[in-house]
Design a protein around this ligand. Structure first.
Ligand code: DQA
Length: 143
């Protein structure tokens, strides 16, 4: 079983992007940690990043019937994208939303997430460790 781990805009710069907020780990580091944990859990991961909203929509559509679960950090699209919410609403498996930072402790425009109304769980403010927590939660939901 494969878990799709999706990352939105600017997360390709993780490690160099505002490290005081997002930490020192790169997205490659996060992918390596997720791949290792998934192995322990008997799962595979398909780990992706894009700066384009439509890529996320298309990847979520293609996850129907192929991915056992989705972990998603929609980044800035969290706060703007009805299209990503609608795509996730067509998906039948478990969805866990991740934010590296605690979006509720930041600017008011980051407090609302369109994605959360479809997410089975939301993890925020745990740094990049949140991806591992999300992966464990998806495994737990899959039983
Ligand atoms: C983020 C929080 C968003 O508000 C921001 O736009 C991001 C990253 C996070 O992981 O903390 O790009 O999703």
């Amino acid at each position: 079983r494969t878990i799709l781990i999706l990352n939105g805009p600017n997360l390709n710069l993780l490690g160099t992007r505002e490290p005081e907020i997002y930490g020192a780990a790169t997205l490659d580091d996060v992918e390596a940690e997720c791949t290792a944990l998934a192995g322990d859990l008997g799962l595979a991961v398909d780990f992706r990043q894009t700066n384009h909203e439509g890529d996320l929509v298309t990847w979520i559509q293609k996850a129907r019937g192929t991915a056992a679960g989705i972990v998603i950090n929609p980044a800035a699209y969290t706060h703007t994208s009805v299209a990503i919410l609608d795509a996730l609403s067509t998906y039948e498996g478990p969805v866990v939303e991740v934010h590296i930072s605690n979006i509720h402790r930041r600017e008011a425009f980051r407090h609302h997430s369109f994605v959360s109304s479809r997410a089975d769980g939301v993890i925020a403010g745990c740094g990049t460790h949140g991806y591992l927590l999300a992966l464990r939660q998806v495994a737990h939901l899959l039983g």
